[in-house]
Ligand binder design. Structure first.
Ligand code: SF4
Length: 200
């Protein structure tokens, strides 16, 4: 590795580290903020980073599109305040959730998620048309997952994980790593059940 390349890499790492620490400090300062507004701000922050990333070289290779929902069959970890926002949104719209499926999903971890029936592995917000029914309110974990390989590899039934290639928006990764540090992340079924108010 050339010296120039090495120092550019070190500079980039220092930049990302500073970003991460800035987010951690910012999040610690707003711990008591109302959860739904915290989630809205988190989503706006993430969108701003992803819009910027879309202007960068290589972003044209991103294959994720509406209706491609393979990643909605995996375990998704979200912030507690994102769950509160989702529940509030459902209540505002008079929509209900499949609570029985949510209860079944809650028994699984990231490691055991694939042991569920294929139907139960899908997110409770996934519509029959393969589109997310809470798209505007979807968690940051869903927003930042960008795939540049053939979307068919994302289909869990094909067992081709090793062929999946992701594009990492490192600024977005720093944002969510800082959120993990300050707020913690939980599997979506557990977070939703807590936001719904107890052991439903
Ligand atoms: S919230 Fe929407 S985008 Fe995220 S996993 Fe569920 S259906 Fe997919």
């Amino acid at each position: 590795m050339s010296e120039d390349h090495n120092s550019a890499r070190l500079r980039r790492m220092a930049e990302l580290r500073a970003l991460y620490e800035g987010h951690v400090a910012r999040f610690r300062a707003v711990l008591r903020q109302e959860p739904a507004s915290l989630a809205r701000e988190a989503h706006a922050d993430m969108e701003a980073l992803l819009v910027q990333d879309r202007q960068q070289p290589g972003a044209e290779a991103i294959r994720c599109n509406k209706g491609c929902s393979h990643c909605c069959y995996g375990p998704v970890e979200i912030r507690a305040h994102e769950a509160v926002l989702l529940v509030e949104q459902l209540r505002d719209e008079g929509r209900s959730l499949d609570l029985e499926k949510l209860a079944r999903q809650s028994r699984y971890s990231v490691e055991t998620w694939r042991e569920q029936t294929a139907a139960d592995q899908s997110c409770v917000f996934l519509g029959h048309d393969g589109a997310c029914t809470v798209y505007e309110m979807r968690p940051n974990a869903c927003r930042k997952l960008l795939v540049v390989s053939d979307p068919r590899h994302c289909d869990i039934s094909r067992g081709e994980y090793e062929r999946i290639e992701r594009r990492f928006c490192w600024e977005a990764e720093m944002l969510e790593s800082a959120a993990l540090e300050v707020f913690g992340l939980q599997l979506m079924p557990l977070a939703l059940r807590a936001a719904l108010g107890g052991d439903r």
